[in-house]
Design a protein around this ligand. Structure first.
Ligand SMILES: Nc1ncnc2c1ncn2[C@@H]1O[C@H](COP(=O)(O)OP(=O)(O)OP(=O)(O)O)[C@@H](O)[C@H]1O
Ligand SMILES: [Mg+2]
Length: 304
């Protein structure tokens, strides 16, 4: 079975002109998005999320490498038909009304003519924008326009939804609504690929996350796994001899001294070595604590 999205050494280099050289926006990206999953594509500003999405949609050509949609090249018309897309900043003509925009997208997506209206109304309802169906888009707020974007993305009943920052511009109620909608869409068997730099968003929504840093993948897995890798152990000790301190520092063990308390931040793989070291030096362990890294901390560690 082909994955909804698969990339192989996908790379995009933008040429910035003779003086400025090249910018590697996406670098040898290998990801496989399983069917029926919500896949969170994370990274700070400029990490390469939108560029990747544009390559998946065949808006931008990769410099090298390739991507497939359900096993077909991104350029195949059949690939495009299976995708609903929410752009980073959806823009619609301000005189059009949401019902018109969404109906147009329904037609483009191949919804039979007789069903266009019903499909459009249902998409507007699901996106929480039904009451504004007939309001010109120029009169809608940013968040409401974003919801029109969501409605046009889902109206064609896509098997794969690609959403570039679906919750940006939404208030907390809108965010919760979008999150619930994404989970509902997943439960209907669709695959959702969404980008975000809001960790709190993806933690409760995504089955898998991939973290991108300057175009490179730095972590991928279940949100829990990405966090667990960064688990640190904090050891509080009564004293540290200068000699032990030097050895610990050499081994890159973090030492914090604050108000008479000495705390060591130890990576799990170093724990045994550090405890032996402390024993030898005669230091007493006052407290040992495993600190679960928050996803926010994991993100900062991985992507900063
Ligand atoms: N058309 C372009 N020409 C030149 N450089 C570009 C172009 N588009 C993007 N870039 C550069 O490529 C890098 C990745 O940009 P991209 O828009 O993919 O990031 P992003 O992860 O979507 O960021 P954000 O979170 O801000 O949306 C950035 O350094 C950006 O400046
Ligand atoms: Mg972007």
């Amino acid at each position: 079975m082909s994955h909804p999205i698969e990339t192989e050494n996908l790379r995009k280099v933008y040429k910035l002109g003779k003086r400025k050289g090249d910018r590697i926006a996406v670098d040898s990206l290998n990801i496989a998005v399983p069917e029926g999953a919500v896949f969170g594509f994370l990274g700070p500003n400029g990490a390469g999320k939108t560029t990747t999405i544009k390559m998946l949609l065949d808006f931008v050509h990769p410099t090298s490498g390739s991507a497939t949609i359900f096993g077909n090249p991104t350029s195949a018309a059949s690939s495009r038909r299976l995708i609903g897309y929410l752009p980073e900043q959806p823009y619609f003509h301000k005189f059009l009304r949401p019902i018109e925009v969404v109906s147009m997208h329904a037609s483009l997506a191949g919804v039979p003519r007789k069903e266009v209206r019903q499909h459009s109304i249902s998409a507007l309802e699901r996106s929480g924008i039904a009451e504004y169906s007939d309001t010109p888009i120029g009169k809608l707020s940013k968040g409401l326009t974003q919801r029109v974007g969501i409605a046009q993305a889902i109206v064609g009943d896509p098997k794969l939804l690609i959403m570039d920052e679906p919750t940006s511009g939404l208030d907390p109620i809108g965010r919760r609504h979008a999150r619930d909608l994404i989970l509902q869409l997943r439960d209907e068997g669709r695959t959702i690929f969404l980008s975000s730099h809001l960790l709190s968003e993806v933690e409760s929504t995504c089955d898998i996350i991939a973290v991108l840093k300057r175009g490179k993948l730095v972590a991928m897995g279940k949100p829990d796994d990405v966090q667990a890798k960064g688990k640190q152990v904090t050891i509080q000790v009564d004293t540290l001899t200068d000699e032990t301190k030097a050895s610990l520092k050499f081994a890159k063990v973090g030492i914090e001294e604050e108000a008479g308390a000495i705390r060591l931040c130890v990576a799990p793989e170093m724990l045994y070595w550090v405890i032996r070291m402390l024993e030898k030096s005669g230091a007493k362990i006052l407290r040992l604590q495993t600190e679960r890294e928050s996803l926010e901390e994991a993100f900062l560690r991985l992507a900063a």
